[in-house]
Ligand binder design. Structure first.
Ligand SMILES: [Zn+2]
Length: 325
């Protein structure tokens, strides 16, 4: 176990690691400088890895408990041979044991401490919005994405939402070159040290599970992510689980005149050294989700297990840029 640091509210943030890290494959440069040298392998010789490095980050938003369930499920599986529901999953366990696995089950303990719910299945969307994104002093909800227009979230605040740490910082949109959260820099330092093949940033929303497109990374990374996403969705379909209907065609950033996309934590993770980072959004299972009505706790857990299994099955060499791209 690694102590990553303490939140603005003074709560510990920890990582649990399994599997040999293969330090002999680490080069002499950080990711950015290795790219400057024109030698990606001066950072990590990923293609020689015997095991993929899978980094699972959950709980960046304190009310998005579904990713925490997923992270706790693989921790219990690694420690006790059964998942969070007490079910043995020998195939998944065997695959996870063949990875270098880093799990941060709760990146924002301040936000989590403010959330009175352990799950959202069957609850109304406005309640999730109130508790998750918080309210103004007059009790009206900030909602999404309006809650991002004030950052750090201070001033006109009634209830501070689970989105934020105790200083009002949304870790997904921290000031990455001068972090406002003491957790941001050590988290990115851990990403930089590990050079993960897959970096899974686990979130939730009120739709069927989906993987978000990634901004501010090379087009070849966006293409790899689209391919990986289609693969995950096909496994979800095969398991009878709902997923987001479409995978957007990868495109360069800034092609139109509209507001540019945000450089968020997942984008920062690529620049720190994650080969293929992505934001996963599970469904909360709310009563008024656009996801199917029968999406409950079992399905939430299952969707995460399939995600982790797909990650463990992803060979590092498949993430190398293909010639001609
Ligand atoms: Zn989130």
């Amino acid at each position: 176990m690694i102590d990553i640091g303490r939140s603005n509210g003074g709560r510990a943030v920890r990582a649990v690691c399994y599997g040999d890290p293969e330090p002999a494959l680490r080069g002499n440069a950080n990711h950015n400088s290795a790219l400057g040298a024109g030698e990606a392998e001066a950072y990590w010789r990923r293609h020689l890895r015997r095991r993929p490095v899978v980094f699972v980050l959950a709980g960046m938003h304190g009310h998005e408990v579904e990713g925490m369930m997923g992270a706790l499920s693989i921790l219990r599986l690694m420690e006790e041979d059964v998942d969070l529901a007490g079910t043995a999953r020998p195939a998944l366990l065997q695959k996870l044991r063949q990875t270098r696995l880093i799990v941060v089950p709760l990146a924002n303990p301040d936000g989590r401490a403010r959330v009175p719910y352990d799950g959202w299945v069957g609850l109304p969307l406005p309640e999730m919005t109130r508790v998750g994104q918080g309210t103004r002093a007059d009790g009206s909800s900030y909602g999404w994405p309006g809650c991002k227009a004030v950052h750090p979230m201070r001033g006109d605040v009634g209830e501070l939402g689970g989105y934020f740490d105790d200083a009002g910082v949304n870790l997904a949109h921290d000031e990455f070159f001068a972090p406002m959260s003491p957790v941001t820099a050590p988290l990115l330092k851990l990403v930089s040290a590990e050079g993960p093949d897959l970096f899974l940033n686990l979130h939730s929303y009120n739709f069927a599970p989906g993987i978000l497109p990634l901004a501010y990374v090379p087009l070849q990374v966006k293409r790899q992510l689209a391919e990986w996403t289609r693969h995950y969705y096909s496994r979800m379909s095969a398991a009878g689980l709902p997923h987001h209907p479409a995978v957007p065609e990868p495109a360069p950033d800034g092609e139109d005149e509209g507001t540019p996309p945000a450089f968020n934590f997942t984008s920062a993770a690529w620049h720190a050294g994650a080969a293929l980072p992505f934001t996963f959004e599970c469904g909360h299972g709310l009563a008024d989700d656009s996801a199917p009505r029968d999406f409950g706790y079992g399905e939430i857990l299952h969707a995460h297990h399939i995600l982790f299994e797909t990650a463990a099955d992803t060979a590092p060499e498949s993430l190398r840029p293909k010639s001609g791209e």
